[in-house]
Design a protein around this ligand. Structure first.
Ligand SMILES: C[S@@+](CC[C@H](N)C(=O)[O-])C[C@H]1O[C@@H](n2cnc3c(N)ncnc32)[C@H](O)[C@@H]1O
Length: 226
């Protein structure tokens, strides 16, 4: 997805200011994931992601989904490059969802907005840019993801956004006028919920085999094409 292809200008501006990677196609993103990360990181990512989908598909066991999710985001948060790539892979989702979230917030009081489960911060930063007169707080339990979010916040220069590293079930820093949570409640992956398909966004779950120029070995570390 190139910058010009974002439907939403605020998101395009935030992504550019944060210096987030915007591969132009889904395939380019998958290629980058497979080739730019050290093998143990890519492999760990893939295993944890597959467990999330297996847990959601199998039985709709919320506890298993939540545990798998937590493992996934703990791992992603611990690897900043992976964290940023995961975010880049979600740009289409953000583009489809965040303008709708902002439109809903606009209908009510929104001077103090809390974003539950903010991960690398894109949702909070977007809301901070969309509502420059509001204060936006993102709360996320994985410190690595919070660090990536803080770095992006600094690059965007959004002084009305802050991040806290905490479990949101025990977070008591209010009051807030509005609370948003973008795919951060434990059940969001369950197949009967619509959160994976905001209007205008189609998620690709297929997993590409490594393209021919991307060679890997289990002993490999950072590896470039060719
Ligand atoms: C699917 S991600 C969504 C992240 C972000 N809202 C977005 O749309 O990109 C869910 C995030 O919520 C965080 N999370 C889940 N439960 C949490 C809790 N109880 N306290 C804090 N963070 C939590 C996870 O660590 C993860 O980063």
């Amino acid at each position: 997805m190139r910058r010009a292809e974002f439907a939403d200008e605020t998101l395009a501006a935030v992504v550019a200011a944060a210096g987030l990677d915007t591969p132009d196609t889904r395939e380019a993103w998958e290629w980058r994931l497979q080739c730019a990360l050290p093998w143990p990181v890519f492999d760990g990512y893939r295993q944890r992601r597959d467990e999330c989908y297996a847990a959601a598909k199998d039985a709709g066991d919320i506890a298993r989904v939540a545990a798998a999710e937590d493992q996934f985001f703990a791992f992603a948060g611990a690897h900043p490059d992976l964290c940023r790539l995961v975010v880049s892979g979600r740009l289409g989702y953000y583009d489809a969802l965040l303008p709708t979230a902002a439109a809903r917030l606009r209908r009510g009081p929104h001077a103090r907005i809390l974003d539950l489960g903010s991960f690398a911060g894109v949702g909070s930063l977007y809301l901070g840019a969309a509502f420059p007169d509001s204060r936006v707080g993102g709360v996320e339990r994985h410190p690595g993801a919070v660090a990536v979010a803080e770095e992006a916040r600094g690059r965007c220069g959004l002084g009305n956004v802050s991040f806290a590293c905490a479990d949101y079930t025990a977070f008591d820093a209010g009051p807030f006028d509005a609370v948003v949570s973008l795919q951060a409640l434990p059940a969001y992956l369950l197949p009967w919920l619509p959160s994976e398909q905001p209007a205008g966004h189609r998620r690709t779950r297929s997993w590409a085999t490594p393209p021919p120029r991307c060679s890997r070995s289990s002993a490999g570390s950072r590896r470039s094409a060719g």
